[in-house]
Write a protein that binds this ligand. Structure first.
Ligand code: ADP
Length: 544
């Protein structure tokens, strides 16, 4: 027997209709590329998204057409999120830090019809425009006054493009499984792969992401979207903010400690999310200037493992609650989240609370997880059996764009490539990525645990561990350290500090010092580059 409730499709346009009507007066603030702060409301976002929808429709853009965006986190990009997906076209957010060849590859592979780009990226796209096979025109996201002279064929200024269009628009109703957004994985191995999110997956993900204990929004809250909008749908914040009535603040390209502090202070930010690299810069700035922003109550960290020392500084020194999330492009992106419950805060010792927060936490409602051994057999959730983490759920990728082969097994599980263990209450801990784990004498050494331990040393600003070849053990860990400003730690200091934190056989055989670590566009340390420098080619294969 079927239920007798309405089969109303879950569509992205509903977020902006809800935000624009229920929370019409709540502010949306962004740092523009042109310089000034831009300020308007959810009602204005709705009006201008509808204008964009009308303008795109007039260009013949419709269901299933791909429109690329190469833009920072700002108000026009937000309008593109809604204007494009709202009409049933696909918003293809491109990471501007891709190499030129990969940029050309993703634009051609997606068969994008138009490219919407921020001023910053005009030279980047000019350099590859001749190689683009499907693009009919370029919409430069600025006003007439700032429109640059450029070499791109068929360009239009965004403000002109939408100016004459009506702010009335009836969003079409279509199947909720229709594609809404496209995001390519960063392609550290092989070509980038397209993850094609649906309206349904995006709406369900947004519901889950703002449940209590997750990324808190709501009336009176102010969310700072530090995670870029070109990275996995900005972790869903552009959707959960109008859904919950939060004020939304978008920092543009200014993610340094000073700019973020100013924006947080000026706008009264209460909650924010981003990758550890950005928080490292913020904490350094706060410590150096003996300052902080008391309105900030919650910081979400994800995309890479945060060091325990980072969690400790936020929680203990600044009284900020940490949300530690794990996810990936292939899942919209949230998978698990760790926040401490009131009872954990009351019963666990301060040290145990920090230890708990370094783990990635339990699946959010909607996501199932398990770990499997090398033969694919399910391992027990005993808090010690490590294996590949598998995920399943309505916002997990089934197949990559234009790839006929399934990305999941017969039971619907998607292999994440992360190595993890699962303990009590399905609480999960990532111990490594499959390609980063160090295999020494047949046993695994967790590069994440070693990095965490090294970053606990006060003179270590940043650390990475890679495996280097070893005749006897096959691989041994090498620790690469960026010293904190004004310090000169020695190898002996650092190894001495690690000695009581990790097993003896885990201790790195060597420590080398660098001024900085190579970091990818999504804020992850590019270990591939470190391996190129410190480990011969054979090791990449062995470790890969
Ligand atoms: P890519 O695979 O292209 O780097 P993503 O940005 O989707 O793309 O990264 C997902 C990966 O990032 C995860 O598979 C995991 O390895 C890592 N990751 C994400 N969050 C965390 C976390 N909290 N702790 C450790 N690793 C994480």
């Amino acid at each position: 027997m079927r239920g007798l409730m309405q089969n109303h499709p879950l569509l992205i346009s509903q977020f902006i209709e809800h935000g624009g009507t229920v929370f019409g007066n709540v502010e949306v603030v962004s740092q523009t590329v042109e310089g000034p702060i831009h300020r308007y409301t959810w009602s204005d976002v709705r009006a201008r998204s509808r204008q964009l929808a009308n303008a795109l429709t007039a260009q013949g853009v419709g269901l299933g057409d791909r429109i690329a965006t190469i833009a920072w986190t700002n108000h026009r990009h937000l309008e593109a999120y809604y204007g494009i997906a709202g009409i049933g076209a696909v918003c293809h957010t491109i990471n501007p830090r891709l190499y030129a060849d990969d940029l050309v590859y993703v634009l051609n592979h997606a068969e994008d019809r138009f490219v919407m780009l921020d001023l910053t990226f005009v030279p980047l796209i000019e350099a590859i425009a001749e190689r683009l096979e499907s693009v009919e025109g370029f919409i430069i996201m600025t006003d007439q006054e700032h429109m640059p002279s450029n070499q791109l064929p068929n360009t239009v200024c965004y403000e002109e493009f939408i100016a004459a269009r009506a702010a009335d628009y009836e969003w079409p109703r279509f199947d909720e499984n229709t594609a809404a957004n496209l995001c390519y994985t960063s392609g550290t191995t092989g070509k980038p792969k397209g993850v094609l999110y649906s309206h349904r997956s995006t709406v369900l993900h947004a519901y889950a992401s703002c449940m209590p204990g997750n990324i808190v929004g709501g009336r009176g809250q102010c969310m700072l979207a530090v995670v870029p909008m070109f990275h996995a749908n900005g972790w869903g914040i552009p959707y959960s903010a109008p859904m919950t009535g939060s004020k939304l603040v978008m920092p543009g390209q200014k993610l340094d400690g000073e700019s973020l502090t100013k924006l947080m202070r000026d706008e009264g930010v209460t909650t924010t999310c981003g990758v550890p690299t950005v928080w490292l810069g913020l904490l350094d700035y706060w410590k150096e200037h003996d300052t902080s922003v008391p309105t900030v109550k919650q910081v979400g960290i994800g995309g890479a493992a945060p060091a325990r020392s980072m969690i400790e500084e936020f929680e203990r020194d600044f009284g900020i609650e940490i949300l530690h999330g794990w996810g990936m492009t292939e899942m919209n992106p949230l998978g698990t989240i760790h926040t401490l419950s009131a009872s954990e805060r009351a019963t666990l010792s301060p040290d145990d609370q920090l230890d708990a927060l370094t783990t990635q936490g339990a699946p959010v409602f909607g996501v199932e997880i398990k770990v499997v051994d090398e033969d694919g057999a399910t391992l027990p959730n005993d808090g010690k059996s490590c294996g590949e983490l598998m995920v399943r759920g309505p916002w997990v990728c089934e197949r990559y764009f234009k790839d006929e082969t399934s990305a999941i097994d017969d039971e619907g599980w998607f292999g994440t490539g992360d190595i993890a263990l699962i303990g009590e209450g399905m609480s999960m801990q990532i111990t490594d990525r499959a390609k980063d784990v160090i295999k020494s004498g047949g046993e695994w050494i967790s590069s994440i645990d070693l990095e965490n331990a090294a970053m606990g040393h006060p003179d270590v600003a940043h650390a990475a561990v890679i495996g280097v070849p070893d005749e006897k053990w096959s691989e041994r860990p090498l620790l690469i350290v960026v010293p904190a400003v004004g310090t000169e730690p020695t190898k002996e200091d650092i190894l001495g500090c690690l000695a009581d934190k990790v097993a003896k056989w885990w201790l790195p055989d060597d420590v080398v010092f660098e001024e900085e670590l190579p970091v990818s566009g999504t804020g992850k340390v590019q270990k591939i580059k470190l391996r190129e420098k410190y480990a011969p080619v054979e090791v990449k294969k062995a470790a890969g």
